[in-house]
Design a protein around this ligand. Structure first.
Ligand code: DX5
Ligand code: ZN
Length: 218
């Protein structure tokens, strides 16, 4: 299984201090920063888009931005996110009719490509060619749309299935993940861990990052 990568979700951070919050997480041991882009269509909320990401990549040189695109037309934003310094472009399988073409479009802009599935989408919706073409597979453990929701453990078997079929790929879990829920995710084979509330809400985020990492790498 690939090594543990912790990707704090900045949705739970103070947006008024976004670059400082990202820097604080990197100093605390986070490898990636998880940027939740919501468009008010694929999900009801609106969060941030390419202009904000561009400020973050300028303010935090070398940052790896793990962009979770909760948008209705993911094809539309590839160039803007690439120009803004996005490192990984993760789209929802539910939002596109031609995921392989979209992965090619993302790779053409030198970003890694991720495929996300919402709680009601089975892991079998990710075909072998699709999983092999992607760099990362994201199993949502809450319904996309907002932070601070309860972890849905019924999504965990999808991680096991994907890990079996794609042993070398990055497999990310996102939603309600923290020290209390990391164990089943790690056992199932997830190596990229998103946590918003559990990290930003902690008195000692460094310690939470270290705990998540050591549970995955154990
Ligand atoms: C939900 C987002 C998640 C969320 C995670 O739509 O994709 O990334 O911010 O936040 P927590 O860890 O608080 O559930
Ligand atoms: Zn997310």
């Amino acid at each position: 299984m690939p090594r543990a990568i912790i990707s704090p979700s900045v949705l739970a951070s103070d947006f008024g201090q976004l670059t400082a919050e990202c820097t604080r997480m990197i100093k605390g041991g986070a490898e990636w920063l998880h940027m939740d882009v919501m468009d008010g269509h694929f999900v009801p909320n609106i969060t941030m888009g390419a202009p904000v990401l561009a400020c973050v990549s300028k303010g935090v040189p070398g940052i790896f931005m793990d962009c979770h695109m909760m948008v209705a037309q993911p094809e539309k934003w590839v160039n803007d996110i690439a120009d803004a310094g996005g490192s990984l472009y993760c789209f929802h399988l539910e939002a596109t009719s031609d995921p392989l073409a979209l992965i090619a479009q993302i790779h053409a802009r030198n970003m890694k490509a991720g495929v996300a599935i919402s709680p009601d989408t089975p892991s079998t919706a990710i075909s072998d060619p699709l999983g092999n073409a992607a760099d990362m597979l994201l199993v949502m453990t809450v319904y996309p749309g907002r932070g601070g929701q309860k972890f849905l453990d019924r999504c965990v078997p999808k991680v096991s299935d994907l890990r079996k079929r794609f042993p070398t790929k990055d497999i990310e879990v996102d939603g309600g993940v923290g020290p209390k829920t990391i164990a089943p995710c790690a056992d199932a084979g997830s190596n990229v861990i998103v946590a918003g509330t559990a990290i930003f809400g902690a008195e000692n985020p460094e310690q939470v990052i270290a705990t998540l990492k050591s549970t995955v790498d154990a």
